[in-house]
Design a protein around this ligand. Structure first.
Ligand code: G3P
Ligand code: MG
Length: 239
């Protein structure tokens, strides 16, 4: 599978409230062809898009995401915190997101973000929905997670969907972890990544995808080091 060169992080999180439908529309308008987003489960097991385990930072509500039902989320505003112009932007369901991606022609890196204690369950629910509802007009999705239990559960439900392990820094064990989980890529933080790390990953034959890179000069350096994909809040700066 060929990697996309640029993936919009949480949509286009530099320009619109992260992980909202408006963020995906913005990413598409800026020329992105792929987006990344984060998926949590509600108390009633609905997959919804939000980064943090709680609602506090990115909505007008508060408390743990997994203490709310899907119905509880309908009245929550996930746009105003970013700018008043986005007031009323809802927390999207994964289901609604897939329909929008199909209409925009956007590929996706779906990050499984389990609340504590719901690691395997979140991996299974997300993978099952992608297996059953991924729009056939789109390129095949990439699942990723920092959580190995979530990735293992996703593999059990949908072994054919490509999986990537997320790490903030490649430690000693990344190659063993990729093998154990049948992952075919490493998604790596850029802050502490060295040219030597990049070379080792490439030599092992894995595509290197790097987050979250918002400066063009750093992106160019990482591409020189052999990165295949840059995940960015500002797809317009990197494209
Ligand atoms: O998937 C890349 C990146 O989103 C991982 O970190 O915390 O932004 O979800 P985070
Ligand atoms: Mg993410």
């Amino acid at each position: 599978m060929e990697s996309p060169r640029v993936i919009g992080h949480r949509g286009a999180a530099g320009h619109a409230p992260e992980n909202t439908l408006e963020s995906f529309r913005t990413a598409a308008r800026l020329g992105a062809t792929w987006v990344e987003f984060d998926v949590h489960l509600t108390s009633d097991k609905a997959p919804v898009l939000i980064h943090d385990d709680t609602l506090d930072r990115t909505t007008d509500s508060d408390g743990p995401v997994d203490s709310k039902s899907l119905a509880d989320l309908y009245s929550i505003d996930a746009g105003s915190w970013f700018a008043k112009a986005f007031a009323g932007e809802p927390i999207p369901t994964l289901d609604a997101t897939l329909r929008l991606l199909a209409s925009l022609g956007l590929g996706a890196n779906v990050e499984i973000k389990p609340s504590p204690g719901r690691e395997a369950e979140t991996g299974s629910v997300v993978a099952r929905m992608l297996r059953e509802q991924w729009p056939s007009v789109l390129p095949a999705p990439i699942l990723s997670s920092f959580n190995t239990e979530s990735l293992a559960a996703a593999r059990d439900v949908a072994p054919h969907i490509a999986r990537a392990l997320l790490v903030s820094q490649p430690g000693k064990d990344w190659a063993n972890s990729l093998q154990a989980l049948d992952c075919n890529a490493l998604h790596c933080g850029h802050r502490r990544l060295t040219a030597r790390d990049a070379e080792q990953i490439r030599r092992a034959g894995y595509p290197l995808r790097i987050y979250t890179v918002n400066e063009r000069a750093r992106a160019e350096e990482l591409f020189r080091w052999g990165a295949e994909t840059i995940i960015t809040d500002y797809p317009d700066r990197i494209l």
